[in-house]
Design a protein around this ligand. Structure first.
Ligand code: AGP
Length: 615
């Protein structure tokens, strides 16, 4: 996600845009910039870093009185965060300027065509391709900016929210969206365009939430025009009255960032698959994997190093990659790995998993693995983070910024990337038959909708949470692929509600932990239909006979466990390999509601930091 703010009207634009960008930094904060036009020339200032870094640069240049400006705070997807890749991006002519939120999937082919037509590129961004495509259309078709944008966007595949400005027409802005939000504030002889309404909430309550595939032509002191990108037909703008508070809007109307990020998971998974999973063609494209395919296929083993939730994703990876490729996988706590003088063979492949890309223990583990000759592949959520730079190559989860300390969408998108890797390698080394591969590819594409369907249980899960409010302990059980999910569910509960919780392989109960069971001990059991279902049912019976209170995560339509458990939360059926992406969702919601009911600070739990950059 990135933050976009634009202004055109009768006030000085720069302070309005800068203040608005600060309010959007929850959407991305790795680089930023602003372009403003003061009737004579276009001033563009850009930098890696936060909006405060941009303000420091602005303080060193003469103030400008421009009344039109575009600003952007970036969460990089293409091109590392630096001054050149920061937005706004400018076309070759220097006349057109754009700010963009989203991913242009076919930017590489568009870039090649534009290069053939003599265009040159300074940045690594897909956005610079888009603004030059718009210039190319305008030059060839000799049309107005709005028409040029509409024609250019009809050639684009992907998601975008954009605002475009032509320095030769300083009284007009053009905005458009597909897959990423844009709000247009209608003021008194002034207009605001932003990724949400927070940048202009104090200036106007009149807002147009631009609809999918709509384009807006915004002219100073004129009525706004809205057109459909597909056929250029004009539509009547629908102006709403803003109801939400500033804080509400930043959290998308949710009470906490964690809840917002739980509900963002369908889109986060979709964005992580976008441009990488072509299910119709049965193709998975991961350039970082393709370029080093042999390293993986020749590996005697794959070592995974990570911490916390990312380590749990690594445990899922062990099951999935071994299933799909028969390459042995070992998962290590990075904090242990770094100190025990690990044995590393030159043909080992190490996968480092980290949402922040800044976890000190994981960085140390990577450096040790590299010193010992291993090839290191990174899976990160933050473009340009330390881990993304020190690993030999890697892949990003496109989950967008994860603000809540408790990791949610990072976990499910990490598993999504792991699934892509497992499928790619399993097909390449022949472990997966063509039909198996195609079945998994088709199912992977269906996961965002399956995750979405689980949210229907939100109210029920909130009710179940109420029965935990006074609990001091909790046990989570799972088998196979769901064992790491049991660990992850326990971690979620611990870190935001401060209830002591432990995750175990369900079969491990008889080796000691079952002594803990009594009517005060709630037990969360993941009992989805696949794999070890009958054995998990037996475990539930053992707990039931000792008066344990059972909350079960079951496959839709389950009847057997429903007879035994005190509470049952249904999730869609899936292959065992993809069950973790679904079974973790109810556990995220359960821990969230328990923590809220206990009055805990869900987004910033005590003693915790979002990224553990120290030992
Ligand atoms: C997860 O909810 C925690 N916030 C924590 O365990 C986290 O997963 C761990 O610190 C690793 O962080 P990373 O993924 O950024 O490396």
């Amino acid at each position: 996600m990135c933050g976009i703010v634009a202004y055109i009207g009768n006030q000085q634009a720069q302070p309005i845009v800068i203040k608005g960008l600060k309010r959007l930094e929850y959407r991305g904060y790795d680089s930023t910039g602003i372009s403003s036009h003061d009737e004579e020339s276009l001033h563009t200032l850009k930098t890696a870093g936060k909006v405060s870094d941009l303000e420091a640069i602005i303080a060193t240049v003469p103030a400008n009185t421009a009344t039109v400006a575009l600003g952007h705070t970036r969460w990089a997807t293409h091109g590392v965060p630096n001054d050149v890749n920061a937005h706004p991006q400018t076309s070759n002519s220097g006349n057109l300027v754009i700010v963009h939120n989203g991913i242009i999937e076919n930017y590489a082919s568009l870039k090649k065509e534009l290069q053939h037509r003599g265009f040159t590129f300074q940045s690594d961004t897909d956005t610079e391709v888009l603004i030059n495509l718009i210039q190319d259309v305008q030059d060839k078709e000799n049309v107005k900016l709005g028409k040029a944008v509409q024609i250019a966007l009809s050639q684009v595949i992907g998601a975008y929210a954009i605002v475009v400005f032509d320095r030769r027409k300083p009284n007009e802005l053009v905005a458009a969206r597909l897959g990423s939000p844009l709000a247009i504030g209608i003021g008194d002889e002034e207009f605001f365009v932003a990724s949400d309404a927070t940048p202009f909430i104090e200036y106007t309550k009149n807002v147009i939430y631009l609809e999918e595939e709509h384009l807006a032509i915004i002219r100073r002191n004129k009525a706004i025009k809205i057109r459909k990108i597909e056929d250029d037909l004009e539509v009547e703008p629908y102006v709403e009255k803003l109801q939400l508070s500033l804080e509400n809007i930043q959290k998308g109307g949710y009470d906490h960032f964690m809840l917002k990020e739980i509900f963002e998971q369908p889109k986060a998974i979709q964005d992580t698959l976008r441009g990488r999973l072509l299910s119709q063609e049965g193709v998975i494209t991961l350039s970082s994997l393709r370029e080093h395919e042999n390293r993986f296929l020749k590996a005697k083993r794959i070592l995974i190093v990570a911490c916390g939730t990312s380590w749990h994703a690594g445990l899922v990876a062990e099951y999935l990659i071994e299933d799909f490729t028969r390459i042995p996988v070992e998962v290590e706590y990075a904090s242990e790995f770094r100190y025990r003088n690990p044995i590393i063979y030159p043909d080992d492949v190490v996968i480092a998993i980290s949402q922040s890309g800044e976890t000190a223990d994981t960085i140390a583990a990577i450096n040790i693995a590299k010193e010992k000759g291993a090839f290191v592949y990174g899976i990160c959520n933050v473009v340009g983070s330390t881990i993304s730079r020190i690993t030999h190559t890697g892949c990003y989860t496109h989950a967008g910024p994860e603000i809540g300390v408790a990791s949610t969408k990072a976990f499910t998108t990490q598993i999504t990337v792991i699934a892509l890797i497992g499928l790619y390698l399993g097909k390449a080394n022949g472990t997966l038959s063509r039909s198996q591969y195609q079945e998994y590819v088709t199912e992977l594409e269906s996961l965002p909708n399956k995750v979405e369907s689980i949210f229907a249980s939100q109210t029920y899960i909130e009710e179940v949470a109420a029965s935990f409010e006074t609990s001091q302990n909790c046990i989570y059980l799972g088998r196979g692929y769901n064992f790491p999910v049991a660990l992850e569910g326990a971690l979620k509960l611990k870190e935001i509600s401060y209830i002591h919780a432990e995750g175990y392989p369900a079969a491990e109960m008889k080796h000691g932990p079952i002594a803990l069971i009594d009517k005060e001990m709630p037990v969360v059991v993941i009992a989805t239909k696949k794999g070890y279902y009958e054995k998990v049912v037996s475990n539930i019976q053992e707990i039931k006979s000792r008066e344990g209170r059972i909350i079960a995560i079951v496959s839709k339509g389950d009847t057997q466990v429903k007879e035994l458990a005190d509470y049952c939360i249904e999730i869609p059926d899936s292959s065992e390999s993809f069950a973790p992406i679904l079974s973790t969702i109810p556990l995220q919601l359960l821990s969230y509601y328990i923590a809220v009911q206990r009055g805990c600070n869900v987004d910033q739990p005590r003693n915790l930091a979002k990224s553990v950059t120290v030992e």
